[in-house]
Design a protein around this ligand. Structure first.
Ligand code: SF4
Ligand code: SF4
Length: 173
């Protein structure tokens, strides 16, 4: 699994990294090694637009001593944001405390148990869903003009569900 560290919002004191900045001299966010932790939890965080600047990862690492893998992220200023996180600590209680803090800030916290399913046989390859899929999980094959779904890129934002005129995309739990 690839470890991607994308800070969400500025850190107090300005110590959190910015995407694309030169951070060679900064310590990396800690990555999770399964054997090092007793408790590992994956969650999907949904941020309302007004919370896009909240320094979530900073607080989870510094205040709750959690290690993070950011598995997927979609953060656009002024829009709802999604973040898929893997959180680890020796004690599950620490993870729960961190998640409770995030909830108290107004962020929706859900377990990573949702996924997108697509009835390919009923798809008419109109491409409407690709227009709303920012991570490019859905795309039209330039050669065949048929829909492709790259599940690895999907952040389960669910925008494609409403965009599909044929209602062939669903969220399953
Ligand atoms: S839920 Fe749909 S729109 Fe969102 S990332 Fe996944 S495929 Fe793309
Ligand atoms: S919007 Fe629906 S019908 Fe159109 S390409 Fe996407 S899944 Fe297929």
């Amino acid at each position: 699994m690839e470890d991607v560290s994308i800070p969400i919002g500025p850190a107090p004191g300005g110590s959190e990294r910015k995407r694309g900045s030169d951070h060679r001299s900064e310590p990396p966010l800690r990555s999770i090694k399964m054997e090092d932790y007793l408790a590992i939890i994956r969650v999907v965080l949904t941020f309302p637009p007004e919370l896009a600047e909240l320094p979530i990862t900073y607080h989870l690492v510094k205040d709750f001593d959690l290690s993070l893998n950011i598995l997927k992220a979609k953060i656009v200023p002024g829009e709802e944001g999604k973040l898929v996180l893997e959180l680890a600590n020796g004690e599950e209680e620490r993870i729960m405390a961190g998640l409770e803090f995030i909830r108290s800030q107004g962020v929706l916290v859900e377990p990573v148990s949702k996924e997108i399913t697509l009835k390919e046989e009923e798809c008419i390859h109109c491409g409407a869903c690709t227009a709303v899929c920012t991570p490019k999980a859905l795309s039209l094959d330039p050669a065949s003009a048929e829909l492709r779904f790259d599940r690895e890129q999907c952040i389960v934002c669910e925008l494609c569900v409403k965009a599909c005129p044929m209602r062939v995309i669903k969220v399953t739990f």
